[in-house]
Structures are given as C-alpha cells and as structure tokens.
Design a protein around this ligand. Structure first.
Ligand SMILES: Nc1nc2c(ncn2[C@@H]2O[C@H](COP(=O)(O)OP(=O)(O)OP(=O)(O)O)[C@@H](O)[C@H]2O)c(=O)[nH]1
Ligand SMILES: O=C([O-])CC(=O)C(=O)O
Ligand SMILES: [Mn+2]
Length: 635
C-alpha cells in the first residue's frame, strides 16, 4: 500500500470494499449508501483504520445538535447557562488549552516546498516539516484503532458561502462531539455539502482525541485527550489534515487554521489567490462612503475587537465581514475581493465586555459555547474584564471548578478561554458577509503588540515596502499558543503559526501580485499597544481605533495628511482626530521614533529573515529591508 494509506487507483467497485467492512461498524445515523462513492470510500477507509464503534453522519440540523448537547449535558462535559438561551459552557483538561505549534507539521515530499532553505542557527520558527515517511511512522504509532469504543462523527462542511466560487469543501471525521458542536457554528455544516462535493475534490480532515477504549488514564473534566501524543499533520499535496490528541480550537476545529490557512495557502499559491490570518471589516464614514479593510494581527492581538469596533467618533458605521481569516482574490478588473470562509467567531473571552466589545457580547447571548471561562452562581459566564458587569459579591466557579470571588488571587478564566458564537447573531454583521463574490478590499493592515518604539500607525511607501512591513511583524507572546512568559516574537504577516508552505515562496507570491491590471490596496502598520514610561498603554484603543481608521480612509481619498519618515509615512501632527480625548493622549510620545531602537530592530529583523528564510528570501524584499535600514541610519 502506498504511503498515502487510502487506496487510490486501480480501484474496486466501491460497494465491494465498503459493504463487507461496514458489516462490523454500525451506521448510527445518516444514509451511508446514499453518499457519493468517493466519500463512502473515505469514510470506510478511516473507519477501518480507526475502528470506531459506530458512524454518525451529521446533517448539521438543530435536532442533531440537540441530541448531542443532551448527551453532553448528561455526561457532564457541557453545562447549561440558564441566564441565556441555549448557551453552554465546558472546561477542557487543563493540559489542553491552546494550539501547540511545536507539534504542528507540514508534510510534503520535498522539504523545501514546506519550509525555507534556512541558514545555520535557524530555529525553524516559520513552520515545521516532517517527511511523509516519518509522518507515516508517527501515524502508525497513533492512529490505528484510535477511536476504539468511540463514535466517529462525519462532518460535511463548506468554508465560505455555499455556492461561492471562492468557497471550498471539507469533510472532518472526529470522535469529539464538542468539536462537532463547534464546527457546526464555525463552518457551514450541512448534508447538502455531500451533494455539492459529489465525486469532486474536498479537503480530508481526520481528527481524534486519541483515547481509544479501554482508556486507562484519568480523564479530567470529562475531556479525554492525549497531550503527550499531540500531533497535527498537514498534507497539502493530498489536501489532507490529520490531528491527534487535542480538542482545542486551532488543533481540532480543522476547518479553521489547518484548512482555511495552512492547506488553503497552498491552494492559494497554486491558484493565484491569498489565504490570510485577517479580519475583514466594512467602515462607512459620516458622508456615507464605505471602505473595506482587511487586517492581520497575531493571535489574541485584537482582530475580533477591531472587526466589531463600536466607533467613538460620531457618524461612523462599522460592520463585520469576518474576524479571523480572509480569502482574497484579484478579479479580472484587477480589484481585490475577499470573503470570510468561516461562519462563526472563536473569540478570546477575557477582556471582552459591554464596554470594550458590545457587538461580540451581543453575538453570544444565545446558541453559543464557552470554553474554559468561569460561571456565576446565577447561571452566567464570567471572565477577567467582566468585574464591573456582575454583582461584586457573586459566587463564581473558576474554569478549574474552584469556588472564587472577585478580588481573590488567581484567575477565574483561562487567559485563552474562548466563546464560539454564530456570526449571523452579530448585530453589526455586514449584509454582504455571505455575498458569493466577496467584498472589495481597499486597504490591508498589519499590527502586533509592540510596547516599545513603534508608532500608532505607519503607511507603507509602496506595495513592496508594505510587504516588507508585514514580513517584519513582531508581537509580544499571548496565551493563544504554548509559549510561556512575555517576549517579543517574530510573527511575519501574523502567519508564523499558520504557514502552509515555504515562507520565502509565500513572500514572493505576495510581491508577484503587483502587476497589471491589479490595483494594489494600500498597506498600513498599526500598533495599539505602545506603553508609556508609567507602563500604561499610550492609546486608549478599542472604539477609539476608529480615529486611526478615519485617518487611513482619508489617506485612501488622497488627503495630504502624511509626512515622510525613515520607517514609512506617518500622520502629520494633529491629523488624527483626537476630539474629546486630547488630554488622554500624548502625540509626541505615541509617534516618536527612537533611533537606537529602530536601528537594532531592523538589524534584528534582517538577521531573523536572513537566517530563517535564507536563500529563499526574495531579493526584492531584501532590497526593501536594506533601504529601510539605510533610511534609519540617516535618521
Ligand atoms: N489595549 C488594547 N487591547 C486590545 C485592543 N483590542 C483588543 N485588545 C485586547 O486583546 C485581546 C485579544 O483581542 P482579540 O480581538 O480577541 O484578538 P484576536 O486577534 O481576534 O485573537 P485570535 O482569536 O486569537 O486570533 C483581548 O483581551 C482584548 O481585550 C486595543 O485596541 N487596545
Ligand atoms: O487557533 C486558535 O486556537 C484560535 C485562534 O483563532 C488563533 O489562535 O489565532
Ligand atoms: Mn485567530
């Protein structure tokens, strides 16, 4: 049998393989024989490989979800939150709380399809490669029989609006019903997808918690998982994802990071489009002119908040198209259009409240799932940042199940705790969010958590300069992955954890878009997180970010409100509207460019890209870096 363990051609008549085999595995729900043959083969093969006790073919309906929810309530995995309609809460095993970058690999025949030809001393921070042979060895150790005694759910889903030419189909197999419930919110899950796929292509996603029965280890929080054996493998050449041992977010909701970023970026490279870790928002100015902005910030750096921003400036309207992932393509007129491939928000809970993000709050008042947040005695959710929105003395149960009250030491919710909410419930969801054509993208933003040196906003000089600013992106670490403590990490294009192929080739792909008839959107770098000498944020952020968006929109209109600087164009002093917050912000502190800081910053960035991307770093990008360094020297 080939390495790819699904038999390819020559193929037997399907029913000959499938039927005898399925004699052993009952179909608990769904019409197996009514499925397209190729899908039957996929299911049958993995059923044989993973040995579940039954197969449950999902249709995405409400009845189905309720059936699963009731089972999970009975078992204690989920708890109902009686304060709302159909809201549920669950806690994971505390060892399974975030993405695990060190266990996430891209598997291609040729190593340098996946990772750049880095130089000696490289840490391999831009994606990890595993050969198909090694991957097979690792899989053989884990997958055979991994679903013994458990149900295998078959989830048919579509990334992107059903029927959009930009959309793609997937089928996920999983033994986690939590994953089923979340995928149902995050993707368009429906039995219609089986027919739309037919005998065509789909992304094969195979996920397991990796705890076959009899399972002899202790299960914590009714959340069986296998942290020692976590492994997340991507096979872009075969359009396949395999994930073992974790039920958390980006590790297990395979439509999200694994498919919509890592596999999709490969498809995008081959088909001439872009799959990016970006929100998409529509902003309408007081005169009624609407622009669409896509913005890439690393995990837990403010995408959801910006996408749903409640403008503090009068007359502005913001509407969200997507809060995490954008698929974008230039049309034949050279205009960039983007869609949100997801249909839900998997948002960071801590910090979210009626003041910072009322639109997110409104989105999860019903039909939502909360993971690793705390509970109040009156049946509500709670996390850090909600102190002013609940009774100060209320009894709280932490995400770890401990009794707790506001003011006590420790945290009530895990810092990477999340809400999973249907996008359609967001009060400011854009009427065109499911437009099969997508929405036109007028500007691209990059940004991260930069406590030092980096001004509120920088406009790039050109497309190439903007790509360089994106490639130079750095940010303070957050709780979204396994890194401990706070340090500034490189996160080029906010894609470090999500790169699906050689980062040098990816940068070249970006550079190559700049050709006729393409009209290149302007690129900006923003930083809401600069801190002053007193250690406090210099910029109030959240709803006030509209002031920066306003400045950007005026730049798109060609207003003369920017001045040249060594690092890019900066706002002319006073050109950002600070009406009403003049006494809260110090312009000079926010925009000063400390020469020492920038000199060592650009050196360090060049060193990083030279080492990690090596000979695959596009010469054009290297030239941009050199020119930036020269300008900084002359500052
Ligand atoms: N100071 C400050 N904090 C912010 C701002 N925007 C977001 N945050 C905080 O940053 C954290 C993460 O914000 P999100 O909007 O959830 O980040 P994200 O990029 O969507 O994160 P992922 O879902 O992991 O990709 C939250 O705790 C927010 O409160 C801002 O403008 N200023
Ligand atoms: O992938 C996850 O687990 C959550 C997420 O959106 C991110 O980290 O960017
Ligand atoms: Mn994200």
């Amino acid at each position: 049998m080939p390495l790819d363990e699904e038999p390819e051609i020559p193929f037997f008549e399907v029913h000959e393989i499938v039927v005898p085999h399925l004699g052993h595995v009952p179909i608990v729900k769904g019409d197996f024989t009514g499925l397209p043959k190729k899908i039957q083969q996929f299911i049958a093969f993995y059923a044989d490989y993973m040995k579940p006790r039954g197969i449950f073919i999902c249709d995405g309906s409400d009845e189905e979800a309720h059936m699963v929810i009731n089972k999970l309530l009975e078992r204690g995995t989920l708890h109902h939150l009686p304060k709302y309609e159909e809201n549920y809460i669950c806690s994971t095993d505390p060892q399974d709380v975030a993405r695990v970058e060190g266990k996430t690999f891209i598997c291609t025949k040729n190593k340098h399809t996946s990772v750049a030809r880095s130089r000696a001393g490289a840490k391999g921070g831009l994606g990890l490669w595993l050969s198909p042979e090694e991957a097979k060895k690792e899989m053989d150790e884990r997958w055979p029989g991994c679903m013994a005694g458990r149900m295998m759910y078959v989830l048919p889903f579509c990334m992107g609006p059903l029927g959009s030419p930009l959309s793609k189909y997937g089928i996920q197999l999983t033994d986690s019903n939590y994953v089923l419930l979340c995928m149902r919110i995050m993707t368009r899950m429906s039995s219609q997808v089986f027919n739309l796929i037919g005998e065509g292509d789909f992304v094969k996603c195979v996920h397991t918690m990796g705890c076959p029965r009899p399972w002899r280890k202790k299960v914590v929080n009714h959340w069986p998982c296998n942290p020692e054996k976590v492994l997340i493998l991507h096979f872009p050449e075969e359009h396949k994802v395999k994930s073992f041992g974790s039920g958390y977010g980006g590790n297990s909701l395979l439509g999200k990071k694994c498919f919509a970023l890592r596999i999709a970026s490969n498809l995008a490279r081959d088909e001439g489009w872009m799959a990016e870790h970006m929100l998409i928002m529509g902003v309408t100015n007081p005169a009624g002119k609407e622009r669409f902005i896509a913005a890439a910030f690393p995990s837990a750096c403010g995408k959801t908040n910006l996408a749903m921003l409640k403008p503090s400036l009068p007359g502005w309207k913001v509407r969200v198209v997507g809060d995490d992932i954008a698929w974008m393509r230039f049309n034949d007129k050279g205009e960039l259009y983007g869609i949100n491939p997801e249909s839900g928000f998997f948002g960071v809970a801590p910090g979210t409240n009626w003041k910072t993000n009322p639109n997110a709050m409104a989105s999860f008042q019903k039909n939502s799932i909360f993971t690793n947040v705390a509970r109040t005695a009156d049946g509500g959710y709670f996390w850090e940042g909600m102190e002013d929105e609940v009774d100060k003395d209320i009894e709280i149960t932490t995400w770890l199940g401990q009794p707790w009250k506001i003011g006590m030491p420790g945290k009530a919710a895990h810092p990477n705790s999340r809400f999973t909410a249907p996008a359609s419930q967001c009060p400011i969801i854009h009427p065109r969010w499911e437009d099969p054509e997508g929405v036109p993208i007028h500007a691209l933003l990059f940004g991260g958590r930069r406590p030092e040196g980096v001004p509120l906003v920088i406009e790039s000089r050109s497309w190439e300069h903007g790509v360089m600013l994106g490639a130079s992106l750095k940010s303070e670490t957050t709780a979204a992955a396994e890194f401990k403590g706070k340090s500034i990490m490189h996160d080029p294009m906010a894609m470090r954890p999500f790169m699906g192929y050689n980062f040098g080739h990816y940068l070249q792909h970006w550079l190559d878009f700049n050709k006729p008839p393409n009209k290149m959107p302007k690129i900006y770098h923003v930083n809401w997180f600069r801190v002053g000498k007193d250690g406090r944020f210099l910029w109030p952020g959240f709803g006030e970010n509209i002031r920066v968006i306003d400045w950007i929109c005026r730049r798109l209109d060609g207003e003369d409100i920017a001045v040249d600087s060594a690092v890019g164009m900066l706002p002319k002093k006073g050109s950002i509207d600070l009406t009403g917050i003049e006494d809260k912000v110090n312009w000079d502190e926010m925009f000063t460019l400390p020469k020492d800081y920038w000199q060592s910053d650009i050196r360090e960035t060049i060193e990083f890209l030279d080492t990690e991307v090596g000979d695959d770093l596009p010469p054009r990008l290297r030239q941009e870096l050199n020119e930036q360094e020269e300008r900084i020297k002359k500052m």
